[in-house]
Write a protein that binds this ligand. Structure first.
Ligand code: ADP
Ligand code: MG
Length: 249
């Protein structure tokens, strides 16, 4: 579903992705772990064209992201076309980024109403079903500031799902939450995985990675140092760098 090949990205003089090859099979969950600053967010943002790589290719469901093949070479797509591609790639951030002046229900409805010709009634039905899916059917009329962080993050997940994404990207979705609210968000993500959503999850929640991930990638200093089944990478890592990182926990 996702294929990245030879991804390089530099900011000013610093190369933060140094030639990354990374693939995620359809319907599988891949967790990206690694120290702060290792390039996890940058890699994730390359998947949905929020960031364009300097070199390399990103394919999502057979579509080249951010680029178009023109004869012998590739050229960048106009920003508007990249935005169109991004619609099918859901993303959930550490901060919930809900629209503060809209209720939970309106937040979930906003995307489909803006981009598709879908009617208000159909969109409302979809949004109610999605709020139910994330356990918030009773909270549709609440504004973000009336919801806990965990509830806001679940609305953010429902909002991303409203665009019927092919894949879901999560960038440390529970890092900003009080510890007692982490579980409810991870539970929603676990359900989504069980339904067969293709997911990339940047996380420090090793329990979640161990339990839910089909594949774990350990990144350090702009490269994937080690990857494989969670039982191997998390329990019995090959490399000293991964061992050191996991020991620090
Ligand atoms: P991680 O998510 O693993 O913590 P990031 O991908 O956020 O790592 O960052 C990797 C490196 O790239 C860091 O050194 C960070 O400071 C740098 N970086 C990320 N985004 C930008 C940017 N927009 N401009 C300049 N430097 C950036
Ligand atoms: Mg990050």
């Amino acid at each position: 579903m996702i294929v990245m090949h030879g991804i390089r990205k530099r900011f000013d003089s610093v190369e933060v992705l140094k030639g990354v090859d990374y693939s995620v099979a359809r319907g599988s969950v891949s967790c990206l772990i690694g120290p702060s600053g290792s390039g996890k967010s940058t890699l994730l943002r390359c998947v949905n064209g929020l960031q364009l790589a300097d070199e390399g290719e990103v394919w999502v469901d057979g579509e080249l992201i951010g680029l178009r093949v023109d004869g012998d070479h590739v050229v960048p797509l106009p920003e508007k076309e990249i935005a169109d591609q991004r619609r099918h790639i859901g993303m959930v951030f550490q901060r919930f980024n809900l629209f503060p002046h809209m209720t939970a229900l309106e937040n979930v409805m906003a995307g489909p109403l803006r981009v598709s010709g879908a009617g208000r009634d159909d969109t409302r039905r979809l949004a109610l079903a999605l709020l139910d899916q994330v356990g918030l059917s009773a909270r549709g009329d609440h504004y973000p500031n009336e919801l806990s962080g965990g509830q806001q993050q679940r609305v953010a997940i429902a909002r991303a799902l409203a665009m019927r994404p092919k894949v879901m990207l999560f960038d440390e979705p529970t890092s900003a939450l009080d510890p007692e609210l982490v579980g409810e968000v991870l539970a929603v993500m676990r359900d989504l995985a069980a339904e067969g959503m293709t997911m990339i999850v940047v996380t420090h929640e090793m329990g979640f990675a161990r339990e839910v991930a089909d594949h774990v990638c350990f990144m350090d200093d702009g490269v994937i140092v080690e990857e494989g089944h969670p039982d191997t990478v998390l329990t019995n890592p090959r490399t000293a760098r991964a061992r050191e990182f996991l020991k620090r926990g």
